[in-house]
Design a binder for this molecule. Structure first.
Ligand SMILES: Nc1ncnc2c1ncn2[C@@H]1O[C@H](COP(=O)(O)OP(=O)(O)OP(=O)(O)O)[C@@H](O)[C@H]1O
Ligand SMILES: [Mg+2]
Length: 284
C-alpha cells in the first residue's frame, strides 16, 4: 500500500462554532483531535464508534463539507480548504446519509438519480447513459419510472447511491446509511457497498456503530472522543472485545459466542467474523 493516498488526513483538529443552538448547545469541546488517517484508492474502510465519537465530523472532512481548524485534508493531493477544488472534491468523494427521505429530490426515480448530473449541465445523452448504468449497478433499473416516495427504505438508499455513482466518484462515504433500515435491508446495502468496491474499484468509507457491519471491511478505525483509538484489520480489532466494550460498542452475539467457545479450548479461527463463517468453523 505505497500508492498515493486518495484521502490524506493530516493532524486534523476541529471544534464546532459555539453559536450553535439546539441539541448541541453546551458543546464546546473538540469534535476531532489530531486525526491522522490515509484512505487508499480502492480501499474499504469502516469507521466505528459510539454516538458522538466524531465519525460524522471526520466523514464530512473527507469531502470538504467541513474544513479543519488545524491540520489539512488532501483529496487526490488537493487541499479541501482550496475553494476552487471543492466542487471536484465533492464529485470524487460522494456521500450518502442516514435518512433516505432527506435525500430524495425529484418525483421520478430516474430523474432523482440524474439530478446531480443535470445541475452540472452535462449533455442529456451522457446523463441518460450514466444514470442507466448507475441504476443497473444498484439494482433499481426496474423501478426507474416509479415515484421515489413509493420505494422501500432500502430501495431509497439504493437510489441515493445511484445518484452519487452517476457522478463516477472515486470514493463513497456511507454515514450510518443503514441505521434506519430493517436488518435484511441493512445487510443488503452493506453487500451492495462491498460489490461496488470490488466490481468498480470505488473506495468505501462505511461509518457505523455496528461491529457486524464492519466485519468484512479491509480495515477498521475506531473513534472515541474525537480521536482514533484503535486501527487494524477486522480480526485484529475484534480480538480485543474488552476494549470494544469499554468503547461502548455492542459485541454481536456470534462474536461473543465464538470468543467463549475459544476460551473453552475450541479452535475457531480469528478470521471467522460473520455468522456464516463462525457456523462453518463450529461445524468442523
Ligand atoms: N452541528 C454541530 N454543532 C455543534 N456540535 C456538534 C455538531 N455536530 C456534532 N457535534 C458534536 O461533535 C461531536 C462529534 O459528533 P459527530 O456527529 O461527529 O459524532 P458521531 O460519531 O457521528 O455520532 P452519531 O453516532 O450520533 O452519529 C459530538 O460531541 C457532537 O455533539
Ligand atoms: Mg454521525
Amino acid at each position: 500500500m505505497n500508492a498515493f493516498p486518495l484521502i490524506d488526513i493530516q493532524q486534523v483538529s476541529y471544534t464546532y462554532p459555539l453559536q450553535n443552538t439546539g441539541k448541541h448547545k453546551a458543546q464546546s469541546s473538540r469534535a476531532l483531535q489530531d486525526i491522522n488517517l490515509q484512505i487508499q484508492p480502492g480501499e474499504y474502510l469502516a469507521i466505528l464508534g459510539h454516538n458522538g465519537s466524531g465519525k460524522s465530523t471526520l466523514a464530512r472532512h473527507c469531502n470538504a463539507l467541513l474544513i479543519p481548524d488545524s491540520g489539512r485534508v488532501l483529496v487526490n493531493g488537493q487541499d479541501t480548504s482550496d475553494k476552487t477544488q471543492q466542487r471536484a472534491i465533492r464529485d470524487s468523494v460522494g456521500m450518502i446519509f442516514q435518512n433516505p427521505d432527506n435525500q430524495l429530490i425529484a418525483t421520478v426515480v430516474e430523474d432523482d438519480a440524474a439530478w446531480a448530473l443535470a445541475i452540472r449541465g452535462l449533455p442529456s445523452l451522457l446523463i441518460a447513459e450514466r444514470v442507466e448504468q448507475a441504476m443497473h449497478a444498484v439494482g433499481i433499473y426496474h423501478l426507474r419510472k416509479q415515484p421515489p416516495h413509493r420505494l422501500s427504505g432500502g430501495q431509497k438508499q439504493r437510489l441515493a447511491i445511484a445518484g452519487v455513482l452517476a457522478l463516477r466518484p472515486q470514493c463513497i462515504i456511507a454515514d450510518e446509511a443503514t441505521s434506519q433500515l430493517d436488518p435484511l435491508s441493512r445487510r443488503e446495502i452493506t453487500a451492495l457497498l462491498h460489490q461496488l468496491n470490488q466490481e468498480l474499484g470505488v473506495s468505501i468509507i462505511h461509518v457505523t456503530h455496528l461491529l457486524e457491519e464492519a466485519a468484512l471491511a479491509q480495515r477498521i478505525v475506531v473513534m472515541e472522543q474525537g480521536r482514533v483509538v484503535m486501527e487494524g484489520t477486522p480480526s485484529a480489532i475484534f480480538a480485543d472485545l474488552d476494549q470494544l466494550r469499554q468503547l461502548k460498542l455492542a459485541i454481536p452475539e456470534p462474536i461473543e459466542l465464538a470468543a467463549r467457545l475459544r476460551a473453552t479450548g475450541l479452535t475457531i479461527s480469528k478470521e471467522a467474523l460473520t455468522v456464516d463463517a463462525i457456523a462453518r468453523e463450529i461445524a468442523h
